[in-house]
Design a protein around this ligand. Structure first.
Ligand code: MV4
Length: 452
C-alpha cells in the first residue's frame, strides 16, 4: 500500500513536523483546521487544507465525522493523528480503517489495551516488565484494598484505570485514611471517566520519570531507541526533557532497553510507542505505555539520527523499519525546552499576536514551531508554541548550547516560558542532573518565595 497523500489530523508544531516528513518522502499533505486556525502555518504549508469546524476542539480536531469526510473529499490514503486529540482514540483508529484509510499508528487493539491502565499493567507483567508492587488488577472492596496495602506497606497510591497522566490519583498515608480515600477516588473516577475502576500501587516518594522510546514493525520486529528523562514536570505537564537520562549508565540502558525491546517484539506492536517507568533506587517500575508519537520525540531523534515520523509512515505503508537494533547508535546528549505562551512566573496563558519573531539557529539547534511574525496565537488550544531542541557531544555542551539558543530566541507580543528555561540552565542542581519528579515544583516554590 503506497501512501501518496496523508491527512494530518492535528495542528500547531506537530502538524508541521508530520508535513515535513511527508514532504521529504514525496507524499502530499492535507491539513485540517478549525475556523480559528485558518491562518495557521500548518494550513499554509500543506498541499490542501479543509476547514473541519468551529474553534472548540470538540467540534473540530475531535470531530470524527468531519475529519473522515475531509479525508474522503481529499482522497487521502492515510491519516496521521499526531499527539493529543484523537491520537489514542481506538474507536477513531477503527473508523479510519473501516473507511479503508491507512491509520498511521498502532493496531487499535493495542491502543485499547494500553488505554486501560489495569489492562496495560497486566500486559506489561506478561511481557516480563517490572511493575510497581500493588493490587493484581482492580480493587473493589475496602477489605481488598486493606489487604493489598498491608502487604505492600503504606503510603499507597490509588489510581483510576481510565486515568493516566496523573489524573485521578490519591496518596493514602495510613490505614485510617484508606476507606474514605478509596471511596472518593472511585466517585471522582466515575465522574471524570465514566468508570469507577481503581487500583492500588506502592507510592514511590522521589522517583525519576524515565521513558523508553520503542518502535515496532507489527510483525515482531522491534527496536528501542533509548530513554528520555522527563522528570521535570509541573502539574503533570512536562517542561523539559533530555536524553540520555543523567541517572543511567550505558550498561543499565542496554539491559533495560533490551527488556523493553523484547516486550514490544512479543506484542507485535506497530509504530512508535513509549514505555513509561518510574526509576527509584536503581529500580525501574512500569507505569503506562503511550501508543503515540510524543511531544518530546525530537530528543530521541537528536541522539539516534532516526526520523521517527518517517519510520511511522514506512511501517504504516507495509515497509520494514529502516533500522534494526544493531544499527542504532546513541550519540551525545539532547535537551528539549517546551516553550509555552504563558507568563513564566504565574503560568497564566498569554495568547495574542506575535509582533516579532526570530528563531535561534546554528549547529545542532532545532526549533519545532508553527509561529511566525504576525501570527495570532488563539486562546482555544494548548499553550505549547515551540520546542527548542539542542544536541551536544556531552550534557555540559548541550546545556551551554541551550542557554545560547534561548538567549537568541525572540518572541515578542506574548509572554513565554523562555525566561523560566534560562533560569533552569543557570541552576547548579539542574546542572548536576540531580533531580526527581518532585524537584521542579519545589524549585518553582523556592523562586516564588524569593521573589516576595
Ligand atoms: C506514581 C507516582 C508514585 N508512585 N506511581 C503521575 C502520572 C502518571 N503517569 C503516573 N504518575 C505517578 N505515578 C507510584 N506508584 C508518582 C507519579 C507522579 C509523577 C510521575 C511522573 C512524572 C511526574 C509525576 C508527578 C507527580 C506524581
Amino acid at each position: 500500500m503506497t501512501i501518496g497523500k496523508i491527512l494530518i489530523a492535528n495542528r500547531g508544531e506537530i502538524a508541521l513536523r508530520i508535513h515535513r516528513a511527508a514532504r521529504e518522502m514525496g507524499i502530499k499533505t492535507v491539513a485540517v483546521h478549525s475556523t480559528a486556525d485558518a491562518d495557521a502555518m500548518h494550513v499554509r504549508l500543506a498541499d490542501e487544507a479543509i476547514c473541519i469546524g468551529p474553534p472548540a476542539a470538540a467540534d473540530s480536531y475531535l470531530n470524527i465525522p468531519n475529519i473522515i469526510s475531509a479525508a474522503e473529499i481529499a482522497q487521502a490514503d492515510a491519516i496521521h493523528p499526531g499527539y493529543g486529540f484523537l491520537s489514542e482514540n481506538a474507536r477513531f483508529a477503527d473508523i479510519v480503517e473501516e473507511h479503508n484509510i491507512i491509520w498511521i499508528g498502532p493496531d487499535p487493539e493495542h491502543i485499547r489495551t494500553m488505554g486501560d491502565k489495569v489492562e496495560a499493567k497486566r500486559t506489561a507483567a506478561k511481557l516480563g516488565l517490572p511493575l510497581v508492587p500493588g493490587s493484581d488488577g482492580p480493587v473493589t472492596t475496602t477489605q481488598e484494598a486493606e489487604a493489598v496495602a498491608d502487604r505492600i506497606g503504606y503510603p499507597v497510591l490509588v489510581k483510576a484505570a481510565s486515568g493516566g497522566g496523573g489524573r485521578g490519583m490519591k496518596v493514602i498515608a495510613d490505614a485510617a485514611a484508606l476507606a474514605p480515600l478509596i471511596a472518593q477516588a472511585k466517585a471522582e473516577a466515575k465522574a471524570a471517566f465514566g468508570d469507577d475502576t481503581v487500583y492500588i500501587e506502592k507510592y514511590l516518594s522521589e522517583p525519576r520519570h524515565i521513558e523508553f522510546q520503542v518502535f515496532g514493525d507489527g510483525h515482531g520486529g522491534a527496536v528501542h531507541l533509548g530513554e528520555r528523562d522527563c522528570s521535570l514536570q509541573r502539574r503533570h505537564q512536562k517542561v523539559l526533557e533530555e536524553a540520555p537520562s543523567p541517572a543511567l549508565t550505558a550498561e543499565v540502558r542496554a539491559a533495560m532497553g533490551e527488556t523493553v525491546r523484547a516486550a514490544v517484539a512479543k506484542l507485535k506492536y506497530r509504530g512508535a510507542g513509549t514505555m513509561e517507568f518510574l526509576y527509584e533506587n536503581g529500580q525501574f517500575y512500569f507505569i503506562e505505555m503511550n501508543t503515540r508519537l510524543q511531544v518530546e520525540h525530537p530528543v530521541t531523534e537528536a541522539i539516534t539520527g532516526i526520523d521517527l515520523v518517517r519510520e511511522q509512515i514506512r511501517v504504516a505503508s507495509g515497509l520494514p523499519m529502516s533500522v534494526t537494533q544493531t544499527d542504532v547508535r546513541f550519540a551525545g546528549h539532547a535537551i528539549e525546552c517546551r516553550i509555552n505562551a504563558e507568563d513564566a512566573a504565574t503560568f497564566a496563558p498569554s495568547p495574542g499576536r506575535v509582533t516579532d519573531y526570530l528563531a535561534p539557529g546554528g549547529l545542532d539547534v532545532r526549533v519545532d514551531s508553527a509561529l511566525y511574525a504576525g501570527y495570532r496565537i488563539p486562546p482555544y488550544y494548548d499553550s505549547l508554541v515551540a520546542k527548542l531542541i539542542v544536541h551536544g557531544a556531552t550534557r555540559e555542551d548541550a546545556l551551554r548550547r541551550m542557554a545560547r539558543a534561548l538567549e537568541e530566541y525572540v518572541i515578542l507580543g506574548v509572554k513565554t516560558t523562555i525566561p523560566l528555561h534560562q533560569a533552569l540552565m543557570d541552576d547548579p542542581a539542574f546542572g548536576r542532573g540531580d533531580y526527581s519528579i518532585k524537584w521542579l515544583e519545589r524549585w518553582l516554590a523556592g523562586r516564588a518565595a524569593e521573589a516576595i
